[in-house]
Design a protein around this ligand. Structure first.
Ligand SMILES: Cc1ncc(COP(=O)(O)O)c(C=O)c1O
Length: 364
């Protein structure tokens, strides 16, 4: 039977594989597979979410005026230049739809967030990956991989799936090396975990000044509102205008807008989450190293760890052994890292369970 044929680049897409959340026979597994916030979310966000239940019959504010103002005030931004998405994932798609023609190219570091390539290929573009150095984005390699066809460059800082980050001076050097007609998307999903550290800036300042930078952020990670799908971005007015032309009108529901405003106002929750992730990632990296594994230096709320050649367990076997003990981590075979696992920092209790399971598996 013949039917409609999708664009050739659609066939090249590997569908997104989400972190596992279920283990057969285990009612409540410990989920360390999706880089969610171990501490949950602000009680103020819960209250705001529940309070919005009375207006389910009304369309959301398409302009998200209150949330827009809250974000602008918090970060010192021009509210008119903020773009909202159903998660930052949607903003990646909007950017690719708006700036990539079929046959043009999107460029990313080798170990890249999967949603970028999906967005690039859906727009009909070719996806080019530049080599990294020590699992860290390499600006020279990215610049060397530019071609006249390159129209969009993606980078996350801190990065996923590797967990590493580069100094802001390197992001600025990358930007300086790009032609003005190339859009640089700075994915700041994990920005809050690195904020305040030496040589780190999330990139909003670059988006404020440059004509070709789109800095994206999310409420899914440190604010713990992954289920509500709220992403936002900042860019020059013409970019905001282009993305807003193709954005679906009611892409951020009322409850999500309300919860996000409340979450932004709970600075204590954000700070506690940041400290929990920072302390937890250092402890986990040390622990994994003591067990003979190779922990990639972490910069956000997870640790990516490699099994050395000849190690008693390869990464998939270690992932299975942890799952047998009720713990879900993220295997990275589909992220070009078949020897690696990505482990989110959980609650203190979950981390103790992880340490016990690892000792049980690796030291018997
Ligand atoms: C690098 C990176 N960017 C973006 C996202 C997705 O964020 P959102 O939930 O806002 O779509 C993730 C989620 O895992 C991520 O790891």
């Amino acid at each position: 039977m013949s039917g409609p044929i999708p664009k050739p680049t659609i066939a090249a897409i590997h569908p997104y594989v989400a972190g596992k959340s279920k283990i057969a026979g285990i009612a409540q597994p410990i989920k360390l597979s999706s880089n969610e916030n171990a501490l949950g979310f602000s009680p103020a966000a819960r209250a705001a979410f529940l309070a919005s239940a009375d207006t389910l019959h009304r369309y959301a504010d398409s302009y998200a005026a209150n949330l827009r103002d809250a974000i602008a005030a918090k970060h010192g931004l021009d509210p008119a230049r903020i773009i909202f998405g159903e998660g930052s994932d949607e903003i990646f798609s909007l950017a690719c739809q708006a700036y990539l023609n079929p046959g043009e190219a999107m460029l990313q570091p080798h170990y890249a967030f999967a949603a970028w390539a999906i967005a690039g290929r859906a727009a009909g573009a070719e996806v080019i990956s530049a080599p990294e150095r020590d699992y860290t984005a390499d600006v020279d390699a990215l610049l060397a991989a530019l071609t006249p066809k390159t129209r969009v460059v993606f980078i996350s800082n801190p990065a996923s799936p590797t967990g590493t980050r580069i100094p802001f001076s390197e992001i600025k050097r990358l930007h300086a090396g790009l032609p003005e007609n190339v859009l640089l998307v700075l994915d700041g999903a994990y920005a809050e975990y690195a904020e305040g550290e030496a040589d780190y800036e999330p990139g909003l300042s670059l988006a404020a000044d440059a004509s070709n930078v789109l800095a994206t952020r999310t409420f899914s990670k440190i604010h713990g509102l992954a289920a509500l799908r709220i992403g936002w971005a900042y860019a020059a007015a013409p970019i905001a205008d282009a993305l807003n032309r193709i954005r679906l009108p009611f892409n951020v529901p009322t409850a999500s807008q309300a919860a996000a405003i409340a979450a932004l106002g709970d600075a204590d929750f954000v700070e506690t989450s940041r400290i929990h992730a920072r302390t937890g990632r250092e402890k986990l990296a040390r622990h994994l190293t003591q067990l003979g594994l190779i922990a990639i230096p972490p910069a956000s709320n997870f640790v990516t760890v490699r099994t050395p050649p000849g190690f008693a367990f390869d990464a998939p076997a270690l992932e299975r052994a942890l799952a047998e003990r009720g713990i879900l981590v993220r295997g990275l075979s589909n992220y070009a890292m078949p020897d690696a696992l990505r482990i989110t920092i959980g609650t203190d209790g979950e981390m103790e369970a992880l340490y016990r399971a690892l000792s049980d598996i690796l030291t018997r």
